[in-house]
Design a protein around this ligand. Structure first.
Ligand code: PA5
Length: 414
């Protein structure tokens, strides 16, 4: 993974920014109770990890599909990984991240007659969307497997508290823990992400190794640390009026990775009237929708591009006898080469148009690289939150909609 801030227009790091970054770094190291994820890549529970791998193996042996139920940090990382990396495991079907009857019905329809299991993921165990979806799929399981359905339910939740833990204990479901010092959006490298990813055939050991590599290479205090450079750049640009960070990619399979980023940064930074608004766009598709705005609209955008050099497959552009479309000059060229020129040309245009760009380049995208990216952005996000002067581990604003909705629903919790 290489990070370049060359196209941000920042030529040196101001002393003030460096000292703010150092203070944020120290705060993060001292934060304690919600920073279990910081040490996870090296200090994860090896026995629990082996149990998780055995469970994934069991799911692969008795199920063709695994319904993964969760919302926000309890599903986005899994979905990001499953869409970015396709392996030969069970099909993952996602549910519980909205209140659309269509989503649930479509998820059930995707199951068809397949053998399936359910992984319900909720740290609190009380979130409405996944709780409703879980009722629905639990009922389907019970209809299909009767009493044996209990052996097909995997609950990933808080180790001691919450309704889901209680239900798991009462019904004899297999449980996995979300460590109390790891918040939802920082939990992708716990059983939250690792169990369904392993069931889908992803090499989660390589993912942890990738994260551990980034952990080691991002330890130093100072601008030679790539996390620092990214955090410094976005913080300086925010100070210059760039209130929106547009995460972009040229690889559509990274769509959910960008969704994961939006949730991570949005919930971590957006509070107390502050925070960079995280947005996303997929190029070149969105150059034909948002491109105009990015190039010439209000100048409040900065861009962070995730560019993957080798996306796993390629094709050569065919030669055509008549060449009416005038594309024969590209005949024989790999499509990936054309994509690269689009990336370079777009970068140049956006920088010239007043959109500073940070570029993160990956040679390829496998489990190791994804693990590395997950950890890089978690670290960057938490450090950025402290630099901004907010707590990057809480989300008090999310409660507002819940409170109103539950009151309207007539819940005792409303
Ligand atoms: O990052 C967070 O804490 C949130 O996005 C949660 O992951 C999300 O709200 C789901 O919560 P829970 O896992 O308690 O159902």
């Amino acid at each position: 993974m290489r990070i370049s801030t060359e196209d941000t227009g920042i030529t040196s790091w101001p002393e003030r920014a460096l000292s703010d970054a150092a203070a944020a770094w120290d705060k993060l190291r001292a934060a304690g109770d919600m920073t279990g994820w910081l040490r996870l890549p090296e200090e994860y529970d090896r026995d629990e990890f082996e149990r998780l791998l055995r469970t994934a193996e069991k799911i692969r042996s008795d199920s063709e599909a695994l319904v993964v139920i969760g919302i926000g940090g309890s599903y986005l990382g899994t979905r990001a990984a499953a869409e970015a990396i396709k392996r030969n495991g069970v099909q993952l079907i996602f549910a519980g991240s909205d209140l659309s009857p269509n989503t649930l019905n479509n998820a059930a329809a995707q199951l068809g007659g397949k053998d399936f299991s359910v992984n319900v993921v909720s740290k609190s165990g009380t979130t409405t969307e996944p709780a409703i979806a879980f009722r629905f799929f639990r009922q389907l399981l019970e209809k299909k497997y009767g009493r044996a359905s209990a052996g097909r339910i995997y609950a990933t939740t808080d180790p001691s508290g919450g309704a889901l833990r209680q239900m798991a204990v009462n019904n004899g479901w297999t449980g996995f823990n979300i460590p109390p010092d790891v918040g939802g959006r920082y939990s992708v490298l716990t059983a939250v992400g690792l169990l369904p990813m392993a069931a889908a055939g992803l090499d989660v050991r390589a993912m942890m190794d990738g994260a551990a590599g980034t952990m080691r290479s991002c330890r130093t205090c100072g601008a030679d640390n790539p996390v620092w450079r990214y955090v410094l750049a976005r913080s300086i640009l925010y100070g210059r009026g760039k209130k929106i960070e547009l995460f972009t990619t040229y690889e559509p399979s990274l769509h959910y990775f960008l969704e994961w980023l939006k949730q991570l940064f949005g919930e971590s930074e957006g509070k107390e009237g502050k925070g960079i608004f995280p947005a996303s766009a997929e190029f070149t598709t969105d150059l034909h929708s948002l491109g105009q705005y990015i190039q010439q609209g209000e100048r409040h955008l900065m861009q962070t591009v995730l560019y993957v050099e080798d996306t796993g497959s390629d094709m050569l552009i065919p030669r055509c006898g008549e060449d009416t479309d005038g594309l024969n000059y590209l005949a024989g060229r790999p499509l990936s080469w054309v994509r690269k020129q689009a990336f370079l040309g777009t970068l140049r245009a956006h920088v010239a148009g007043g959109v500073p760009c940070t570029t993160i380049t990956l040679d390829k995208l496998g489990e190791r690289e994804l693990g590395s990216l997950f950890y890089f952005f978690e670290l960057a996000c938490a450090m950025s939150g402290f630099m901004l002067g907010v707590n990057p581990f809480d989300q008090p604003g999310v409660e507002e909609y819940k409170k109103n909705m539950l009151a309207l629903l007539g819940s005792a919790r409303g």
